[in-house]
Write a protein that binds this ligand. Structure first.
Ligand code: PEP
Ligand code: MN
Length: 337
């Protein structure tokens, strides 16, 4: 249920509603929108209805949320969520471009990638320090050393960092170094990790699971949000189908679909979605045209030597070309780069 407050409701009115709900054991969240504030409470509808909340000062109406995801739903918050991190935004007018290598491999590799990404106009730097690999024999990441390098690269270039956490331990470690925590495809339904992400206080980039439906994906976001963290960025990165020429199948229709269902920003990762360097640019352009709030693109100073995901990684030159090619597409859909 959400309690919609009147436009002129005061903070005291809001707290009054909140107190009434928490007094009878509901977990609540106050969501401050531009037009109106709502108090969301998840729980038995009949109990909420019996509280007579409509009679409290400042309350406009009490409405049930029909969707299984509540806090993530457009029904709770009409306007788009815009996430602000260190002066950059995701979900607003500015297209958020996240670029960098699949994995942090060395200081030299990361700094080269960071400067190239920054010079081409990206504001977000990615790099995996904990790599969830299909094979236990593949490179597993530099772990804390990798996180330290990302923090250093951010210090030098001013970029906002994004890095994947794979369990509660790596999440705790990343808190000191990383701006946006990524939860990967393989962990989209790791519910304990989602809850820990909710408590972390950091923005969360939540990738769609390999075989996840849109509803399962939004329910995963709900896990993070129900712990008090409203800053969730959804990332469409392709889903598993019978097609084998591409690594995954990019579900671009998920972008406008999710935007209709949720107020959260949706970004697209054409690198993991296709697994092929040549397909990254056309799919990046298509994603921007479809209205994505941003892109996540793998770029490596020397893709042929990458320890992870080389075949889908762009060179710095190719990445700079991509940025130029998406600029007019962004402008055509009212976004800036
Ligand atoms: C990654 O971003 O490098 C990654 C492992 O992504 P995904 O979880 O989408 O496979
Ligand atoms: Mn990768």
């Amino acid at each position: 249920m959400v309690v919609v407050m009147q436009p002129q409701a005061t903070e005291e009115h809001i707290l009054g509603v909140d107190a009434r709900l928490t007094a009878v054991g509901f977990r609540t969240q106050v969501i401050y929108g531009v037009k109106r504030t709502v108090v969301a409470a998840v729980g038995d509808r009949r109990v909420i209805e019996s509280l007579g909340l409509e009679a409290l000062p400042g309350v406009e109406k009490v409405v049930p949320i029909m969707k299984p995801f509540k806090l993530a739903s457009r029904e709770v918050k009409e306007e788009n969520t815009v996430i602000q991190v260190k002066g950059a935004t995701i979900g607003g007018k500015e297209l958020a471009v996240i670029a960098g290598p699949c994995a942090v491999e060395s200081r030299e590799q990361l700094m080269e990638a960071a400067w190239a990404a920054q010079e081409a106009g990206a504001r977000f730097l990615r790099g995996g320090a904990f790599k969830p690999r299909t094979s236990p024999y593949s490179f597993q990441g530099m772990e804390e050393q990798g996180l330290k390098l990302l923090a250093e690269a951010s210090e030098l270039t001013g970029m906002v960092t994004v890095s994947e956490v794979i369990d509660e331990e790596s999440l705790a470690m990343a808190l000191d170094y990383i701006d946006i925590l990524q939860i990967g495809t393989r962990n989209m339904q790791n519910f304990r990790l989602l809850k820990a992400a909710g408590k972390s206080g950091k923005p969360i980039l939540l990738k769609r699971g390999l075989s996840a439906t849109v509803e399962e994906w939004l329910m995963a976001a709900e896990y993070v949000m129900s712990e008090g963290n409203q800053n969730v960025i959804l990332c469409e990165r392709g889903i598993r189908t019978f097609e084998s020429y591409t690594r995954n199948t990019l579900d671009l229709s998920a972008v406008p679909l999710v935007q209709g269902l949720s107020h959260l920003p949706v970004v697209v990762d054409p690198s993991h979605a296709t697994g092929k360097r040549d397909l990254v640019l056309p799919m990046a352009m298509a994603a921007v045209a479809a209205g994505a709030s941003g892109l996540l693109v793998e770029m490596h100073p020397d893709p042929s030597r990458a320890l992870c995901d080389g075949p889908q990684s762009l060179s710095p030159r190719e990445f700079a070309q991509l940025m130029e090619k998406i600029r007019p597409v962004a402008a055509a859909v009212g976004k800036t780069l």
